[in-house]
Design a protein around this ligand. Sequence first.
Ligand code: ZN
Length: 166
Amino acid sequence: MSVNTIEIKNKVYKILSEIPDPEIPVVNIVEMGMIADVLINENEPIVVQMMPTYTACPATWQIQSDIEKELNKNNLLAKVEIVYSPAWTTDRISKEALKKLEKYGIAPPQNGVTIHALMNADYKITCPHCGSMNTELISTFGSTPCKALFRCQHCKEPFDYFKCHL
Ligand SMILES: [Zn+2]
Protein backbone atom coordinates (compact mmCIF):
# COMPACT_ATOMS: atom_id res chain seq x y z
CA MET A 1 0.00 0.00 0.00
CA SER A 2 1.32 3.43 -0.91
CA VAL A 3 1.39 6.28 1.60
CA ASN A 4 -1.34 7.95 -0.40
CA THR A 5 -3.59 4.91 -0.12
CA ILE A 6 -3.07 4.77 3.63
CA GLU A 7 -3.88 8.47 3.91
CA ILE A 8 -7.10 8.08 1.93
CA LYS A 9 -8.06 5.05 4.00
CA ASN A 10 -7.51 6.96 7.25
CA LYS A 11 -9.56 9.85 5.92
CA VAL A 12 -12.40 7.50 4.95
CA TYR A 13 -12.39 5.88 8.42
CA LYS A 14 -12.41 9.31 10.03
CA ILE A 15 -15.49 10.33 8.04
CA LEU A 16 -17.18 6.97 8.71
CA SER A 17 -16.58 7.30 12.44
CA GLU A 18 -18.68 10.48 12.38
CA ILE A 19 -21.72 8.64 10.99
CA PRO A 20 -24.05 7.62 13.81
CA ASP A 21 -26.00 4.38 13.92
CA PRO A 22 -29.45 5.69 12.86
CA GLU A 23 -31.13 3.56 15.52
CA ILE A 24 -28.71 4.36 18.33
CA PRO A 25 -27.35 7.86 17.69
CA VAL A 26 -24.85 7.76 20.57
CA VAL A 27 -22.65 5.24 18.76
CA ASN A 28 -21.06 5.43 15.32
CA ILE A 29 -20.94 2.75 12.67
CA VAL A 30 -17.19 2.16 13.03
CA GLU A 31 -17.27 1.47 16.78
CA MET A 32 -20.28 -0.77 16.22
CA GLY A 33 -17.96 -2.91 14.09
CA MET A 34 -20.03 -2.45 10.97
CA ILE A 35 -17.17 -1.59 8.61
CA ALA A 36 -15.53 -4.80 7.39
CA ASP A 37 -12.97 -3.07 5.17
CA VAL A 38 -12.26 -0.09 2.96
CA LEU A 39 -10.79 -0.94 -0.45
CA ILE A 40 -8.90 1.68 -2.40
CA ASN A 41 -7.87 1.19 -6.03
CA GLU A 42 -6.49 3.93 -8.19
CA ASN A 43 -9.02 5.50 -10.59
CA GLU A 44 -11.87 3.48 -9.13
CA PRO A 45 -14.53 4.39 -6.59
CA ILE A 46 -13.65 3.57 -3.02
CA VAL A 47 -15.41 0.41 -1.86
CA VAL A 48 -16.72 0.46 1.70
CA GLN A 49 -17.55 -3.06 2.84
CA MET A 50 -20.27 -2.88 5.42
CA MET A 51 -21.62 -5.62 7.65
CA PRO A 52 -25.25 -5.04 8.64
CA THR A 53 -25.79 -5.64 12.35
CA TYR A 54 -28.89 -7.71 11.71
CA THR A 55 -30.17 -8.74 8.32
CA ALA A 56 -33.65 -7.65 9.35
CA CYS A 57 -32.51 -4.17 10.29
CA PRO A 58 -34.17 -1.61 8.03
CA ALA A 59 -31.40 0.79 9.04
CA THR A 60 -29.00 -0.97 6.68
CA TRP A 61 -30.20 1.04 3.67
CA GLN A 62 -30.15 4.26 5.61
CA ILE A 63 -26.55 3.67 6.64
CA GLN A 64 -25.54 2.75 3.11
CA SER A 65 -26.89 6.05 1.79
CA ASP A 66 -25.33 8.01 4.68
CA ILE A 67 -21.90 6.54 3.89
CA GLU A 68 -22.09 7.42 0.20
CA LYS A 69 -23.42 10.91 0.93
CA GLU A 70 -20.82 11.78 3.57
CA LEU A 71 -17.90 10.54 1.45
CA ASN A 72 -19.21 12.38 -1.61
CA LYS A 73 -19.40 15.56 0.42
CA ASN A 74 -15.65 15.15 1.00
CA ASN A 75 -15.02 14.63 -2.73
CA LEU A 76 -14.54 10.90 -2.29
CA LEU A 77 -16.43 8.77 -4.77
CA ALA A 78 -17.51 5.61 -2.98
CA LYS A 79 -19.86 2.71 -3.21
CA VAL A 80 -21.01 0.48 -0.38
CA GLU A 81 -20.86 -3.26 -0.60
CA ILE A 82 -22.96 -5.20 1.87
CA VAL A 83 -21.04 -8.12 3.33
CA TYR A 84 -23.01 -10.95 4.91
CA SER A 85 -20.16 -13.38 5.29
CA PRO A 86 -18.47 -13.38 7.72
CA ALA A 87 -21.53 -12.18 9.60
CA TRP A 88 -21.46 -9.31 12.04
CA THR A 89 -21.55 -10.37 15.67
CA THR A 90 -21.86 -8.38 18.85
CA ASP A 91 -18.19 -9.25 19.53
CA ARG A 92 -17.33 -6.58 16.95
CA ILE A 93 -18.73 -3.76 19.11
CA SER A 94 -15.86 -1.81 20.70
CA LYS A 95 -15.54 -1.55 24.48
CA GLU A 96 -16.15 2.21 24.23
CA ALA A 97 -19.37 1.64 22.29
CA LEU A 98 -20.58 -0.94 24.84
CA LYS A 99 -20.17 1.68 27.57
CA LYS A 100 -22.05 4.26 25.50
CA LEU A 101 -24.88 1.80 24.90
CA GLU A 102 -25.22 1.18 28.60
CA LYS A 103 -25.22 4.91 29.40
CA TYR A 104 -27.90 5.37 26.75
CA GLY A 105 -30.04 2.85 28.61
CA ILE A 106 -29.49 -0.13 26.37
CA ALA A 107 -28.23 -3.23 28.09
CA PRO A 108 -25.28 -4.43 25.99
CA PRO A 109 -25.19 -8.02 24.77
CA GLN A 110 -24.45 -10.42 27.59
CA ASN A 111 -22.81 -13.81 27.28
CA GLY A 112 -24.18 -14.69 23.88
CA VAL A 113 -27.84 -14.38 24.87
CA THR A 114 -29.68 -14.65 21.54
CA ILE A 115 -33.30 -14.21 20.63
CA HIS A 116 -33.84 -17.95 20.90
CA ALA A 117 -32.33 -18.06 24.35
CA LEU A 118 -34.58 -15.16 25.40
CA MET A 119 -37.68 -17.00 24.23
CA ASN A 120 -36.77 -20.37 25.66
CA ALA A 121 -35.26 -19.63 29.02
CA ASP A 122 -35.56 -17.34 31.96
CA TYR A 123 -32.45 -15.23 31.39
CA LYS A 124 -31.58 -12.47 33.78
CA ILE A 125 -30.33 -9.34 32.05
CA THR A 126 -28.81 -6.63 34.24
CA CYS A 127 -30.79 -3.36 34.32
CA PRO A 128 -28.72 -0.53 32.70
CA HIS A 129 -30.41 2.06 34.95
CA CYS A 130 -29.82 0.62 38.42
CA GLY A 131 -27.77 -2.55 37.92
CA SER A 132 -30.42 -4.84 39.38
CA MET A 133 -30.62 -8.42 38.10
CA ASN A 134 -34.30 -8.49 38.99
CA THR A 135 -35.57 -7.91 35.45
CA GLU A 136 -38.22 -9.49 33.26
CA LEU A 137 -38.64 -9.90 29.52
CA ILE A 138 -41.64 -7.96 28.21
CA SER A 139 -41.20 -8.52 24.49
CA THR A 140 -38.57 -10.24 22.33
CA PHE A 141 -38.84 -7.19 20.03
CA GLY A 142 -38.05 -3.81 21.54
CA SER A 143 -38.06 -0.40 19.84
CA THR A 144 -36.39 -2.04 16.81
CA PRO A 145 -36.06 -5.67 15.65
CA CYS A 146 -32.46 -5.64 16.97
CA LYS A 147 -33.55 -5.25 20.53
CA ALA A 148 -35.70 -6.95 23.14
CA LEU A 149 -37.77 -5.05 25.70
CA PHE A 150 -37.25 -5.69 29.40
CA ARG A 151 -38.58 -4.15 32.57
CA CYS A 152 -36.67 -3.80 35.81
CA GLN A 153 -38.62 -4.99 38.84
CA HIS A 154 -36.37 -2.94 41.10
CA CYS A 155 -36.49 0.59 39.56
CA LYS A 156 -39.59 -0.19 37.44
CA GLU A 157 -37.95 1.29 34.33
CA PRO A 158 -38.28 -0.43 30.98
CA PHE A 159 -35.12 -0.88 28.95
CA ASP A 160 -33.93 -2.28 25.64
CA TYR A 161 -31.55 -5.19 25.49
CA PHE A 162 -29.29 -5.32 22.44
CA LYS A 163 -29.73 -8.91 21.31
CA CYS A 164 -26.80 -11.01 20.28
CA HIS A 165 -26.84 -12.29 16.73
CA LEU A 166 -30.07 -14.01 15.68
ZN1 ZN B 1 -33.43 -0.99 37.37
